[in-house]
Each structure stands twice: as structure tokens, then as C-alpha cells.
Design a binder for this molecule. Sequence first.
Ligand SMILES: [Zn+2]
Length: 263
Amino acid sequence: MRLTCVTLALVVALVLAACTSASRTRRAAPPRPALATTTAAVPASTTTTSAPAPSPTTRPARPGTSAAVAPAASAFHSSVTTIDAATAATMTSSWRPGCPVALSDLRVLTLSYWGFDRASHDGRLVVNSRAAQPLTTVFRRLFDLRFPIERMQPIDAYGDDDASVAADNTSAFNCRPPDGGGGWSEHAYGLAVDVNPLRNPYVHADGTVKLAVSRPWVDRSQQAPGMLHAGDPVVGAFASIGWGWGGSWSGLRDYQHFSANGH
Ligand SMILES: [Zn+2]
């Protein structure tokens, strides 16, 4: 009988032990929801981690070009910056109080372009803020086409439009009246661009040009690099953002000139 009691006690002890063990196992189960919560939080933290990836300072034209800190010479790159005090101080020819656009509404575009030396260069165009992105699209297209551009600097590097044209300098903003007219040119709003202006001259209805240095380029049957003709992909690139071309006007023709409103 004592033996049976001991046996019973042992059995009870074993059962209790088993129960405790089972209960421990059961108690181990609840953490699952907590685990699931932790797992669910991972994507959120991944998103946070990946958020800073796009560079805040460079505005790459394409996602593929953003990774390169020092882009390859053949890769198009661009940036859009506001007119800071240092830049404003250089704009002594192109802007003055009373111009139809405030400096705060202008931007400096830095753009890759192909020179006649077949090398990639960085140029700068001053444009209206609302034209910054569309024009970046256009100049990316010109780069892809390898369309040669002689130079690309703000008009202030030359002092006035005639000197800029003589240097075949591609430029945009210039607070001035239109050629032979009153009011403001579209350039005064930063909504016009002159491309290779020496070899794409402003030709009066009688066939004369304003600057004698442009005379070799009056004959538009020539097909020299950097010239613009109707149907060119360059003209098409500007047309794709809704900009008109002065080479399609009747009477006088301004072969260098593209503008947002076509004037
Ligand atoms: Zn123009």
C-alpha cells in the first residue's frame, strides 16, 4: 500500500511536470502576434531607409544617371538653380529693375551639350522658372541627337545680344525689346532660346541680315552641322514642348529663335 502511494505520488508528480511543461509550451505561443507585428514593421523601416536615396542636390534627367557622382563624359546631366546673390551680381546686362520678370522667377539651367569639338560640355541658360523642366527635356534630346552647339553662356558673358550672336552663343533670358519692335521680346521673360545664332541668323524679308558676320549663313540650302532646318529633329524637340520656331515665320525669319508662344 505504501508502495502504491509512492507510485501514485510519482505518477502525480510526472503528470504535474507534464502539465507544467505543456503549459510552458502553450505560454510560448502568444509571442507570435508580437513577432508578426515586428515583421510587418520591416517594410516601413525599409521605406524610411531608402527614402534618402534620391539625391536632393542633383536633378538627374533620368534615374539611370543619378548614381554617378562624376557622370561619364558622354552622359547627359542637368541642374536647375535659383538666382543667388552672386549670380544676380553678374547679370548687369541682361536684367535691371523694371524688367517684366523678377529674378526670383528665373532659373539657371546647367546642361550638357555636344560641342563642335565632339566633346561634351556644361553650358548655362537663364530661363523662366516654368520653362526649366521642359527645356531640360529639349536639351537632353539635343544631346542624344549629338546636335553640336558652339557655346552656351548667359548673355552677360558678352555684354549684349550682338556680341553673343557674333560668338555663336546659345542663350535665353535677356531683358530687351524684340528686334525692330517695341515692348518686350520673349527673351525678356526667359521664354525664348536662340540656338547657334551665328549660323542660324535673323534674316529680314529682303534677305539682309543684321550682322555682317552672319552673311555666310543666309543661304539656308546649306546643310552644315549646327544649322536648323524645317523638319529637323531639333525643331521637333522644341515643338514637343509646344515651342514655336522663328524659321517657320513668313517674311522675316529668325532661324535661331524658339519661344513658348511662337513669337
Ligand atoms: Zn531669339
